[in-house]
Design a protein around this ligand. Structure first.
Ligand code: F6R
Length: 622
């Protein structure tokens, strides 16, 4: 977790570092720090709490010029080793204060390294694994910082994105990554590093993505690259075409509500160019037939030879995967399994080269998800990545990449990434169905039409957000909230319960409605709100019984169903209606009121939905 930044150029480094850190605060916000190399040598300032605390701490020094420097590194932390504190905050230095290091990742052999360093007389000041790196570099330092970093890397196990500066080598920053993200921004007379692109957008769109173990040496006027064996390499520049506003709040109070509202646009982007308007004519002749076209991602008929699809992910992306499983079964009649990546990697799974893996990750950097992908590849299976981040590790290592094109997702709670992941999964499932000859022309046409309408329908739901806001105002104090549904609606319930618990700290659970009587109903009483998601017509009767069962135990009930359905008018206390879609596609819409409910509950509770406690956006460590 954690975010790192670095700057070398001709401007004042500290304000640039602070700005960059603010853009990365979603990655961690329990402490922050900077190290700058100025006339006074190496100066480190750090503070427990968010960037704001750090800013306040150094306000006077910034104003009086004490911190003037044109090179520096910075860090915003999500604690792994050692509690959040000033001492444990990064940057960490060696004993003489010559070398400063910021780190995102986990040094797994840190205990062994620490013991070894202690034998060499090193006295540790913090409880972090990162401090060992600073001492290690110092021990290897012989007048050449790059050489010292290279030699130290040989001893490091685990994951890292590191930036290193030294008082004795004041005109360059050394940066390296392994299994943690790092982007190099190329400017004019200035260069940058950051854990993620939004921190760079104000300054440059030209970036280099580092591969595992590659090293970048940043000077003011150039960047040099080395591979893991220390050989000079050339790297291609990539151009990022996000507009800077995409990573700003744009007048919204929080990133989360901005991103919820961006879903219509994001859904259009995920779909655009993947539907072919003139794929032939219908049987009667004359009417053009549309088709899914995934040539852009390299998806051809060879993929449809698969025996099985395995979908793997974590958190919200795993909830999308559950929906993906149902979609593959429904539209492609192929056996589909779904796995939580952190479970998958420690099982002894049975897979074979005929399986296709779909690995889903907004960030493309989640450690468990990447480990599952690598296992799949080792077993000889082919991998399709669904990710939002261009150039992410997942995108680079998968056989095919389908981008969600949702634009930067900054809020910790994932929203537009989820709905666009669904859009991608539906497109692949439909195309699988076509290539396997199991999807009728009618159903394909109906589904494509629905996919094309989803964006407008999402817009309609968002226009009615005050209804959910009022509902949240009445229910935000509820101590227990249960979401229930069946199949597709159960998967949406899982995602809804996660959204609510992670940002409003309300105890919330999701149940497959048929399981209610097998235990969960014992928890239902007058203090419970039950949200029933009912978008599958054949299951209305079953859901209606479940709603009556929880009502009879005193629960308040909200039903989410289609705008043309009156089935639940008698049983539900309140109904939120969404536009109709073919049943299996409804999750792209039914999740939206639940996202809004979670958001408004958090706001009602006086919490900051963008910064839920204990959480960070990218889980790049185990
Ligand atoms: C919840 C949330 C997390 C992520 C999970 C996977 O709102 O955002 O559960 O979905 O950490 O992250 P990615 O998709 O980046 O692999």
């Amino acid at each position: 977790m954690c975010g790192i930044v670095g700057y070398i150029g001709r401007e004042d480094a500290a304000p640039i570092l602070l700005k960059g850190l603010k853009k990365l605060e979603y990655r961690g916000y329990d402490s922050a720090g900077i190290a700058i190399l100025g006339a006074g040598g190496l100066t480190v300032r750090k503070s427990r709490g968010g960037i704001k605390n750090l800013e306040e701490k150094i306000e006077a020094e910034l104003a009086n010029g004490t911190l003037a420097a044109s090179i520096g590194i910075g860090h915003t932390r999500w604690a792994t080793h050692g509690e959040p504190s000033d001492i444990n905050a990064h940057p960490h230095t060696d004993l003489s204060g010559n070398i400063a290091v910021v780190h995102n990742g986990i040094i797994e052999n840190y205990a062994r390294l620490k013991a070894w360093l202690q034998k060499h007389g090193v006295v540790f000041r913090s409880e972090t694994d990162t401090e060992a790196v600073a001492h290690l570099i110092d021990l290897h330092y012989n007048g050449d910082l790059l050489q010292a970093v290279m030699e130290s890397l040989i001893r490091l196990e685990g994951s890292y994105a590191l930036a290193v500066v030294s008082r004795d080598d004041p005109d360059r920053i050394i940066a390296v990554r392994k299994e943690s993200p790092l982007v190099i921004g190329k400017g004019d007379g200035e260069n940058f590093i950051a854990s993620d692109v939004p921190a760079l957008l104000e300054y440059t769109r030209d970036v280099y993505y580092l591969l595992d173990r590659e090293i970048a040496v940043l000077y003011r006027d150039k960047v040099e690259f080395y591979d893991g064996d220390g050989r000079r390499i050339e790297k291609n520049i990539a151009h990022v075409d996000w507009d800077a506003g995409a990573a700003e709040k744009d007048g919204y109070e929080h990133f989360m509500i901005k991103e919820i509202n961006e879903q219509p646009k994001a859904l259009t982007s995920a779909l655009r160019a993947r539907i072919q308007a003139d794929a032939g004519q219908d049987a009667q002749g004359g009417v053009p037939v549309k088709a899914v076209n995934l040539e852009e991602i390299g998806f051809d008929s060879s993929w449809a030879q698969a025996n099985r699809v395995v979908i793997t992910a974590c958190g919200t992306a795993w909830h999308a995967a559950v929906i993906g499983k149902y979609a593959f079964e429904r539209y492609s009649r192929i056996s589909a399994d779904v796995d939580i990546a952190s479970e998958y990697r420690y099982r002894n799974p049975i897979c074979n080269p005929q399986d296709i893996f779909i690995i889903i990750s907004q960030s493309g950097e989640t450690a468990d998800t990447l480990a599952a992908m690598r296992m799949a590849k080792e077993s000889g299976s082919r991998v399709i990545a669904i990710t939002n981040v261009v150039g992410s590790t997942l995108a680079r290592e998968a056989d095919l990449v389908m981008y969600t094109w949702a634009g930067p997702e900054i809020a910790v709670a994932s929203t537009k990434a989820f709905t666009t992941q669904l859009m991608c999964l539906y497109l692949i499932a439909l195309q699988f169905g076509v290539l396997r000859g199991v999807l009728s022309g009618d159903e394909l046409a109906k589904s494509i039409k629905a996919l094309e309408e989803v964006s407008g329908q999402a817009e309609k739901i968002l226009k009615d957000k005050e209804t959910i806001q009022r509902f949240a105002a009445r229910h935000f104090t509820k101590s227990k909230v249960f979401f229930m549904g069946r199949l597709f609606d159960y998967a949406v319930s899982l995602e809804s319960a996660l959204k609510l618990k992670e940002i409003s700290y309300t105890h919330s659970e999701a149940f497959a409605a048929g399981e209610l009587k097998h235990g969960p109903i014992a928890l239902v009483d007058e203090s419970t709100l039950v949200v029933a998601i009912c978008t599958q017509t054949v299951l209305f009767e079953k859901m209606d019984s479940n709603i009556k069962e929880v009502k009879a135990r005193g629960a308040s009930t909200l039903v989410i169903t289609y705008d043309d359905v009156n089935y639940f008018d008698q049983s539900a206390d309140e109904i939120f209606r969404i536009p109709r879609l073919p049943d299996g596609l409804s999750p792209m819409l039914s999740i939206i009121p639940c996202q809004l409910y979670a958001y408004y509950c958090a706001v009602q509770r006086g919490l900051d939905p963008d910064k839920p406690r204990n959480l960070a956006k990218s889980v790049t460590v185990e």
